[in-house]
Ligand binder design. Structure first.
Ligand code: AMP
Length: 145
C-alpha cells in the first residue's frame, strides 16, 4: 500500500482485507458444545463464528461461554458438553459489518472486539475483519509516510 493521507486511509474499503469465509474456523448452531470446544481448543482461537446450514451468520461461541454453561454448583458438569447445542449458549450481542464498509467504521467497532463478522445484506457470512489486519495496515501506512 502506498502512503495515504489519514482521510484516504480511513475511507479505504475493507473488502480486500477480510479473511474469507473458507479460511475461517466456524461451527454450526446445531453442533454440540463438545464439538465447539474441541475446535476452539485445537484452533487456539478465543471465539469463532456460528453459522446455520445455509452459511448465514448466527452468533459467536467462545470457550468461556461453554465452560460457564456447564458449570454446576460444585463442579463442571462435563457430561452436558455432549447434549447441549451451540445455539443454546452462543452470544448474539455482537456487531456485524458489511463488505462495503470503510476502515473508519471497522476501527470504531474493533475498539471493543478483536474481530468482526462480515455479512451480506441477507446475513450470509463472508468472512472476518480482524484488529490485527487493521493495525498491520495502519503500521504500514505510518512507515511509508
Ligand atoms: P488475530 O487478530 O489473528 O489475533 O485474531 C483475533 C481473533 O479473531 C481470534 O482470537 C479469533 O477469535 C478470530 N480469528 C482470527 N482468525 C480466525 C480464523 N481463521 N478462523 C476463526 N477465527 C479467527
Amino acid at each position: 500500500m502506498i502512503s495515504l493521507s489519514s482521510n484516504e486511509f480511513l475511507e479505504t474499503n475493507i473488502k480486500e482485507f477480510i479473511i474469507p469465509s473458507e479460511k475461517v474456523a466456524h461451527v454450526q448452531k446445531g453442533n454440540s458444545l463438545e464439538h465447539a470446544l474441541l475446535l476452539l481448543t485445537k484452533s487456539g482461537y478465543s471465539s469463532i463464528p456460528v453459522l446455520d446450514s445455509a452459511f448465514r451468520f448466527q452468533g459467536l461461541i467462545s470457550s468461556s461461554l461453554i465452560t460457564d454453561a456447564v458449570l454446576g454448583l460444585e463442579r463442571f458438569e462435563f457430561e452436558k458438553l455432549e447434549s447441549m447445542k451451540v445455539e443454546e449458549v452462543m452470544t448474539t450481542e455482537f456487531p456485524t459489518i458489511s463488505v462495503q464498509a470503510t476502515f473508519k467504521k471497522a476501527i470504531e467497532l474493533l475498539i471493543d472486539h478483536p474481530f468482526l463478522c462480515v455479512v451480506s445484506a441477507d446475513d450470509y457470512f463472508e468472512g472476518i475483519m480482524t484488529r490485527r489486519v487493521i493495525l498491520k495496515q495502519l503500521q504500514r501506512n505510518i512507515y511509508n509516510s
